[in-house]
Unconditional design. Structure first.
Length: 286
């Protein structure tokens, strides 16, 4: 098992009147190099699950695995794990603490004890990966950036650890459509060209579904569905019952098919939808 859990349960405030199971008996696994979307309504347990995958929380019951090994309490092993599994928190810019963008991105490699030349190489590489290399922002205060730039800096500050897995908790929250489109392109290229295993949480399905190999669906702390994107999105009625709408473009394809246009309905991206509609139109003209 590359990344996964076996019967993972997490109880906040155990043994007190506030005790509540945020995760119940969760088992799933995803392979190396894949792109996985963790979806579920607010409060379904996404952030809690993500924190387990990086060893930030201890299971109340069950196990969490990375690269074939159980994640345990050993401190040295946890530090090694966090170098390999990078976590970008929900609204990460709230946690910036350095005076400059450079120092923010350099924090993790400096912490590894690398010399300043190597640190600079790591920062330059991470900045190029997130597409900020020509922006001359490195000397600015992180709070002087736009929302999209801040998000890129937060991602670069994790990429500077050169992780093999990148987990992002609601990375598109608060971005405008252009910032969101840029973010999706970045995640797609990190996964495809950079060969980084990616897991992203979100509470709604939209264009990002087109990037995902797998979906893991949580509801009220339980795992309700997990599998290939196509298979899960074919279960539109069940998703709707959970308050999870299909991607808008998929809804349009369903509507067109219902109105008699011979189009496929398992379409999740705008470009695939355009191709499909043009093809149906050409077939109609023949
Ligand atoms: N530190 C905490 N102490 C007690 N309960 C918590 C804590 N963090 C989360 N919970 C509870 O655990 C459940 C799952 O929360 P979690 O933050 O994992 O959900 P989520 O799916 O990430 O939600 P959102 O989409 O709003 O970010 C919720 O009922 C929440 O109230
Ligand atoms: Mg959350």
């Amino acid at each position: 098992m590359y990344i996964g859990t076996s019967k993972l349960t997490h109880t906040y405030w155990p043994g007190t009147p506030f005790a509540a199971d945020a995760l119940k008996n969760i088992s799933f696994s995803v392979g190396q190099g894949t792109f996985t979307l963790l979806i579920g309504p607010s409060g379904s347990g996404k952030t809690t699950l993500i924190q387990h995958l990086n060893g930030l929380l201890k299971p109340s019951a069950g196990e969490v695995y990375f690269d074939g090994k159980k994640i345990g309490p050993d401190k040295a092993a946890l530090l090694a794990l966090r170098r390999r599994v990078g976590l970008v928190f929900q609204m990460p810019e709230d946690q910036f603490f350095s005076e400059t963008v450079f120092d923010e991105i350099a924090y993790a490699p400096r912490n590894l004890g690398l010399d300043e030349k190597k640190v600079e190489e790591r920062v330059n590489r991470a900045v190029a990966q997130v597409g900020l290399e020509r922006s001359r922002l490195l000397d600015r205060h992180p709070f002087q950036l736009s929302a999209g730039q801040k998000r890129r800096v937060a991602i670069a500050s994790v990429l500077s650890l050169e992780p093999e897995v990148l987990i992002l908790d609601e990375p598109a929250a608060g971005l405008d459509p252009e910032g969101k489109g840029n973010l999706l392109n970045l995640l797609s290229s990190l996964n495809r060209a950079g060969k980084i295993t990616i897991m992203v949480s979100t509470h709604h399905l939209d264009e990002i579904a087109a990037l995902a190999d797998n979906l893991v669906v949580l509801n009220e702390g339980g795992l309700v569905m997990s599998g290939k994107t196509k298979e899960i999105l074919a279960r539109g009625a069940e998703l709707k019952e959970l308050g999870l709408a299909l991607p808008q473009v998929t809804g349009i394809m369903h509507e067109l098919a219902a109105r008699g246009l011979p189009v496929s309905t398992d379409i999740y991206s705008l470009s695939a939808a355009c191709d499909e509609i043009l093809q149906a139109k050409r077939a109609d003209q023949r």
